[in-house]
Design a protein around this ligand. Sequence first.
Ligand code: G3D
Ligand code: MG
Length: 190
Amino acid sequence: MNVKEFKIVNFSLEVESAKKKLKIKVTLIGDGSVGKTSLIQKFTQGTFQTDYIKTIGAQLTNYKTEIDGYRIELIFWDIAGQDDFHFLRPSFYRASKAAIIVYSLEENNLGKRSFEHITKWYQDVKQFCGEIPVALFANKVDLVNVESLDREKIQNLVKELNLVGYYVTSAKTGQGLDEAYNALIKKIRR
Ligand code: G3D
Ligand code: MG
């Protein structure tokens, strides 16, 4: 993988109940400009705190929510740097319990290439994380006609790579976001 292409976002997920406490780290990856940072910003809109770690160029976003009576704390790691941090790659993948590969539905080069690169990102996850659940986010749905989506093409890839599923999202309108994250959190918790 070209280092300049390499972008990664992490978040830890802490699930807490009277008896149970789980800490789960999830990694968001995908080509540049597909919307990883925007997806986190939209999802955590309103109730979040941010903190910037200069030394590693990471933006940390902390978000608290409740699902099915579980208190859940999400810590998103969004790495801003592109050229200088590829040595950090193993540590950002390390101990991930799930991954989300993001691509863009845009009908242009970015959309086309980001779809073609899904398999490369998947191999990266396998290499660094082994057998963990991986979901696919087809982002920027607001820019295309939902009716004309080639769902068979997406579904075939989901099958081929044995992904847990795909979610059609828009970081701009928020479409599909709650469903996607909630479904994912439930899958991870199981
Ligand atoms: P990245 O973190 O994966 O690199 P960003 O991607 O979140 O920085 O998003 C890249 C650009 O795409 C941004 O536009 C952002 O506003 C836009 N974008 C992200 N998600 C969506 C979406 O769902 N719909 C639309 N229409 N745009 C989206 P700019 O202009 O700031 O570069
Ligand atoms: Mg980003």
